[in-house]
Design a protein around this ligand. Structure first.
Ligand SMILES: N[C@@H](CCC(=O)N[C@@H](CS)C(=O)NCC(=O)O)C(=O)O
Length: 235
């Protein structure tokens, strides 16, 4: 059984891990969402030889793995959510790291000055940062995903090869988040990136993902997470 540790009130980066666990049909506990779970998460961060800098992290037997992309590397190999060749595994991980860059930048749109400051204390900077993100970065990221879908020798359905990987699940989540936070800019960009749009729809329809999205395990987007809907930074 896997133990996922992540902040209980948001999708955040934990969601990329949840989606992989759900698609795999894995037996897992979302520890911090249980009673006294937050205390347990903070206690686990204080122990062991491999403490994580920040959630999410995954415990499995004696292993304790942090960093979203590294957790997905581990789960991908164990649950057929990654290719088996070295080239394929590295490429999938490269895509995941690029997704992580996009997630970081999405967070910066409401926290451009400091993570420890309130959004309300950095609103003018957030407006500027979000404008650039909407106009330049959302199209640039989505174009790149469109390009790699187009160039995938295995076909345009998946990012890597002929079957689903953890990177496809994460791209679904990135697009969902961007669409929540910046609906106008994201829909504009998706019109020019139809393969990305199709992948997002296909992931949403996968039976285990669809069941998960309809369940209470899926925390709704909210203004404490990474993707926030603030009309004043949505242009
Ligand atoms: N690069 C890490 C980032 C982890 C991260 O920033 N976690 C956030 C929540 S999404 C956090 O709890 N940060 C606390 C901190 O940085 O002090 C990953 O992808 O997992």
């Amino acid at each position: 059984m896997y133990e996922l540790y992540y902040w209980p009130m948001i999708q955040g980066r934990g969601e990329f891990v949840r989606l992989a666990l759900e698609e795999a049909g894995a037996d897992y506990a979302d520890i911090a969402r249980d009673k006294n779970g937050m205390e347990k998460m903070l206690a686990v961060m204080e122990e062991g030889p491999h403490p994580s800098f920040a959630p999410p992290f995954l415990r499995h037997g004696k292993k304790c793995i942090g960093q979203t992309a590294t957790i997905l590397l581990y789960l991908g190999d164990r649950h057929n959510l990654a290719p088996t060749s070295e080239t394929g595994r590295l490429w999938t991980q490269q895509i995941q790291q690029t997704l992580a860059d996009a997630v970081f930048e999405a967070h910066e749109t409401h926290h451009p000055v400091g993570l420890g400051l309130y959004y309300e204390d950095q609103k003018p900077e957030a407006r500027k940062r979000a404008q650039e993100f909407r106009k330049e970065r959302i199209p640039k990221f989505l174009d790149w995903f469109e390009t790699i879908l187009t160039r995938n020798p295995g076909g345009t359905r998946y990012l890597v090869g002929k079957s689903l990987t953890y990177a496809d699940l994460s791209l679904f989540q990135l697009v969902e988040g961007l669409d929540y936070a910046f609906p106008k800019a994201t829909r504009r960009a998706l019109k020019k990136t139809p393969k990305v749009a199709a992948l997002r729809d296909a992931v949403a329809k996968r039976p285990r993902i669809a069941a998960y999205l309809a369940s209470e395990r899926r925390i709704p987007f909210n203004e404490d997470g990474i993707f926030r809907r603030y009309p004043e930074i949505d242009g």
